[in-house]
Design a protein around this ligand. Structure first.
Ligand SMILES: Nc1ncnc2c1ncn2[C@@H]1O[C@H](COP(=O)(O)OP(=O)(O)OP(=O)(O)O)[C@@H](O)[C@H]1O
Ligand SMILES: [Mg+2]
Length: 251
């Protein structure tokens, strides 16, 4: 369900229009991707290996892996502003939180220090409220707050990466391959946490190569293949046909 509702539809929070992401020296991450995400909406971005999923969210978040990489065509609009080729910290300040694949945590800081290591923390009351929100979602993080993050299990590290993103109270949360390498028993909690965040009005993009719980929690889904959007629709609609498997088979 789209929290924006069915009446008087406002502009989407995020609007990606016909972008090409170039890595330089002729390497192209995506050649033509358009998508939009509303407030309170969970969007799944799926597609086979090398389809351009990570490139798309790099273009949105500004986290480009190499110098010279840039959006060379099209534009990205966020909250009414043109943010094409924006710098990561500028985009973070606007409310875009990006949890990259193989989560970035600081192993030599404590769990709590990791949670507080987001760029712009608010005053104490709001900070405490956000810490409580994370503790409600992932009690083990609160229990192990003083321990070094490097001692956490893989699943707990992913919780920490997500918790840290939630501490920044994002307007748009992007998680690349959230369930990769995670024991399946942990996955429902992480996806539920994402769904809960969307209920508070945040927009979410979940990037995954595989389909599963991501499609269960998503309101809308884009299927990428060969650097382009090959199919889009509500997950149930997409699941009915052969569209998804066709795109995966073509690679
Ligand atoms: N740093 C880079 N330099 C040059 N080309 C790159 C770079 N990163 C990705 N690419 C290319 O961009 C294209 C899309 O890759 P991308 O990582 O975005 O796909 P993906 O859908 O996230 O795949 P995966 O399922 O493997 O994560 C591929 O052809 C890839 O080789
Ligand atoms: Mg990827």
């Amino acid at each position: 369900m789209n929290a924006v509702g069915s009446t008087a539809k406002s502009a989407p929070l995020l609007e990606v229009s016909e972008i090409m992401l170039s890595y330089g020296k002729g390497a192209v991450g995506v050649s033509d991707v358009s998508l939009s995400v509303d407030e309170g909406q969970v969007v799944a971005l799926i597609g086979p290996n090398g389809a351009g999923k990570t490139s798309t969210v790099r273009a949105i978040s500004g986290f480009l892996p190499i110098e010279g990489a840039k959006v060379s065509r099209g534009r990205v609009r966020f909250d009414g502003h043109d943010v094409t080729n924006g710098l990561p910290h500028t985009l973070a300040r606007r409310g875009i939180a990006f949890v990259p694949e193989r989560m970035k945590i600081f192993p030599n800081l404590s769990v709590r220090e990791n949670l507080l290591s987001v760029g712009h923390l608010p005053g104490r009351a709001e900070r405490t409220a956000r810490e409580r929100r994370v503790a409600d979602l992932f009690p083990e993080l609160a229990e192990r707050g003083r321990e070094l993050a490097g001692r956490l299990s893989g699943g707990q590290r992913q919780m920490l990466a997500l918790g840290r993103a939630i501490m920044s109270n994002p307007r748009l949360l992007i998680v690349d391959e959230m369930s990769l390498g995670l024991h399946h028993s942990l996955q429902p909690r992480l996806f539920r946490a994402v769904r809960d965040l969307a209920r508070t009005g945040a927009a979410v993009i979940l990037v995954d190569e595989s389909t599963g719980l991501n499609l269960d929690v998503a309101d809308y889904c884009y299927v990428l293949g060969n650097g382009m959007v090959r199919a889009a629709g509500e997950p149930d609609q997409l699941r009915k046909g052969d569209l998804i498997s066709d795109v995966y088979l073509e690679g």
